[in-house]
Design a protein around this ligand. Structure first.
Ligand code: GLA
Length: 737
């Protein structure tokens, strides 16, 4: 039993293997948060001693008790205009102008299994061990009901939360903000670790103390964005990778999002997280329900790495439904940086032949194959092959690629339309544009209105048609601009504030239908690289193109930041040509491969331009990768610093360690590393070492070490000189010497 209710004290206790979460129904029905942290056996009722705080109002029925204020007490779901002046989870206005709500406990239910959210991605109960708590709160004046959902994954140490808002009143209301969760932390000192960035430089970690007031991590771009990833951690100031308390908050949502972190007058911290309220206004008629997306919470006292690993495992096992989340991925060669728009069938076939020679499994035909797409100003929406480039369409090419013994994959950007396209000429109203105003353009394209069922049907049929007609086993699903001019020609004026969220629901519906009909197709997400790298997408696609930047110097930094929330199995990572097309930097092929082997490996270059030596090197890289892949994809990931990492098998019998030196110095100090994730009782042999990027051949390194020696004393590597030099070591359990 991971959920218990103590009816005397009216306390809910949610227990995972290593955490306790408690809340209590207060004297007049407010649902108060008590605790989230290490396991405690006691019911912590009345721990929150009310205190009289000037200018913090009291609920009317508790006006004799000046200490009882919603402004100071921690709550499970905050609201506006009811005496709590901190961040609201809910903002509502009824037709008669009432604002705010006073939510009080009505009932609850504890059930086996995990709740489901209609139309939204959500974690699932892989092992039949999850339990659900549903608590219904009600605002008597408006009739609004908030059903707070808690999915308790005990073994995984994750609590999933979501909210259903029902209009159980008699007059229409408009929701202006509906958060998925509110987490009040009444005690402790916390820092915020979040992941900001930009196109080609996504998910850069930034850790800072909380300041009084509200710190907001958000995207109002219609997508989760390159700029602010919808994942954050709160950690105690002393928390390190290996020790200390921290909490992870991960919305399962791919659209605009908003997380407020507020440090209030009492020193308490409130986190309110959910969909972006920028322009949001959802009409809710009597009897209707609105469902706010899921958010995943996890706590650990054991440092950032432990928290990351919890999310890694959970996303792989309990969120991503694709069979590929557990199965080996193909090593692919992608045509984009090899040919851009400049190709015909022969050119693609010659890349495919080269890919086969390198030992790859899959050839991906990227942008440029459809309409008259010889540049990026045209043809999105016209998903019929360009006969000029591909005579006879896709089929002869797919067959020829298959005949080489390769799978065939295809790029598509289904959510978009070019102004210069037959689709736009036929259906100008299918694009998001504001009547009477020229839309903001981005990459010369517009966004299709996915809130319209006929548009999402058309997208589904178009992609399903391609997949039914051809032997396509992989789709790269791209999305290359943010949403602006968010106006739907199909919605009435009073519903325009619903467009952005309905758009995301439309996207999820298409993904749901496609992944259900084509479970054997590997879908890879992409949005100009990592502009939509989030748990919502990962429910449908097992991997996402992490960044358009494949320069290993940058990529190592991007993948480092990404690793805090997301597993390597979610990271699409390619070796591209040198000099790099994004940064102009030259790097050795071996260093590029070492960086790409922290994710799902691919190549994005023209094999025809490789020397025989380079081809041989790539064949060896791919052979190595196939051997390492189970560790990388399903092993435990450890950050050993910003530019060194390792994967260890759950059985602790194998590990792959990668160390890079981004800025080699003259007369370098010894490179010394304490490893992680090994068993101190076991012995390990360095069964393989690959140096990369080294201009001067390093001294050999081999031997057998105890796990204890590698963990506590560490390993000293030879001096490494070169251009992003480093070493990749495979450790395998062996007998003691
Ligand atoms: C985006 C993607 C790239 C490539 C191009 C094609 O930028 O991130 O990988 O597919 O689009 O236009």
């Amino acid at each position: 039993m991971s959920i218990r209710y103590d009816a005397t004290q009216r306390i809910f206790r949610l227990e995972t293997n290593h955490t306790t979460y408690q809340m209590q129904v207060g004297p007049v029905g407010h649902l108060l948060h008590l605790y989230y942290g290490r396991p405690v056996p006691d019911a912590l009722g009345y721990r929150l001693l009310p205190r009289d705080c000037g200018f913090s109002p009291n609920p009317y029925d508790l006006r004799e008790h000046r200490g009882w204020s919603l402004d100071t007490l921690p709550q499970e779901y905050s609201s506006a205009d009811n005496g709590d002046f901190r961040c609201p989870s809910l903002e509502v206005r009824t037709a008669s102008g009432m604002r705010g709500s006073d939510l009080r406990y009505v009932t609850h239910e504890i059930s086996k299994g995990k709740y489901a959210l209609s139309g939204l991605p959500a974690a699932f109960d892989r092992d039949d061990t999850c339990e659900t708590l549903s608590v219904t709160l009600k605002d008597a004046a408006t009739g609004l009901e908030a059903e707070l959902l808690y999915g308790v994954f005990a073994a995984e140490d994750v609590i999933a939360r979501a909210v259903r808002i029902k209009n159980a009143g008699t007059e229409p209301m408009t929701l202006h903000r509906v958060a998925s969760a509110c987490l009040d932390l009444p005690f402790g000192s916390w820092e915020l670790l979040h992941f900001h960035g930009r196109h080609c430089m996504e998910r850069q970690p930034e850790r800072r103390p909380l300041l009084h007031g509200v710190q907001t991590i958000s995207s109002n771009r219609g997508a989760s964005s390159h700029q602010h990833n919808p994942f954050l951690m709160l950690c105690a100031p002393e928390t390190t990778e290996d020790t200390g308390e921290c909490i992870g908050v991960m919305p399962v949502y791919s659209g605009g999002h908003r997380t407020d972190v507020e440090l209030d007058q009492s020193g308490s911290v409130r986190v309110v997280t959910g969909i972006s309220d920028a322009g949001f206004a959802w009409q809710l008629s009597p009897g209707e329900t609105f469902t706010a997306p899921e958010v995943l919470l996890s706590f650990t006292p054991s440092g950032l790495t432990a928290l990351s690993q919890t999310f890694h495992r959970f996303l792989r096992r309990n969120l991503c439904r694709s069979k590929f989340s557990q199965q080996p991925r193909p090593v692919l060669v992608n045509s984009w940086e090899a040919a851009y728009f400049d190709f015909d069938a022969d050119r693609i076939l010659s890349i495919a032949r080269g890919a086969k020679e390198l030992g790859a499994d899959l050839l991906v035909l990227d942008d440029g194959w459809f309409g008259r797409r010889s540049h990026d100003k045209t043809s999105l929406g016209d998903w019929t092959p360009d006969e000029g480039k591909l005579p006879g369409g896709l089929e002869p090419l797919v067959r020829a690629v298959n005949d080489l013994g390769l799978q065939f994959g295809l790029w598509i950007e289904p959510e978009m339309v070019s102004e210069d396209s037959d689709l736009y000429r036929a259906h100008p109203d299918w694009a998001l544009t504001v009547p009477g105003r020229k839309p903001a353009m981005s990459r010369d394209q517009l966004v299709l209105d996915l809130s319209r069922p006929e548009v999402s049907d058309w997208i589904f049929e178009t992609i399903a048609g391609l997949l039914r007609a051809h032997n396509i086993t992989y789709i790269k699903w791209d999305m290359n601009r943010s949403l602006t001019d968010v106006f739907s020609r199909a919605l009435p004026p009073e519903r325009q504030g619903e467009t952005a969220h309905r758009w995301v629901l439309g996207l999820y519906e298409i993904l749901e239908r496609l992944t259900a009909e084509f479970p054997d197709v590997l879908f890879e997400g992409c949005a100009g690289g990592g502009g939509r790298f989030d748990a919502g997408m990962l429910a449908y696609v097992p991997q996402i193109w992490c960044s358009d930047n494949t320069d290993p110097y940058s990529r190592i930094a991007i993948q480092y930041g990404t690793s805090f929330g997301y597993p390597a199995s979610a990271v699409g990572a390619h070796v591209s040509a040198s000099p790099n097309h994004q940064t102009g930097r030259r790097t050795p092929l071996s260093s590029r491969a070492a960086a790409a082997m922290a994710g799902m490996l691919g190549y994005e270059l023209d094999p025809g331009k490789l020397s025989e030596d380079e081809k041989a090197e790539i064949r060896r890289q791919i052979a190595d990768y196939r051997e390492f892949a189970p560790l990388i994809q399903l092993g435990d990931h450890y950050r050993l610093g910003t530019s060194a990492w390792m994967f260890a098998s759950p059985e602790r019998d194998r590990a792959l360690v990668t160390v890079t030196v981004p800025a080699p110095e003259g007369n370098p100090r010894p490179l010394h590393l304490r490893l992680k994730g090994l068993d101190p009782e076991k012995y390990y042999a360095i069964s393989r070492i690959r140096y990369f990027g080294c201009e001067i051949e390093p001294a050999p390194l081999q031997g057998v070490y105890s796990g204890a020696a590698l963990l506590y004393a560490g390993l000293t590597l030879p001096q490494l000189y070169g251009n992003l030099p480093g070493a990749q070591l495979l450790l395998e359990q062996t007998e003691a010497l």
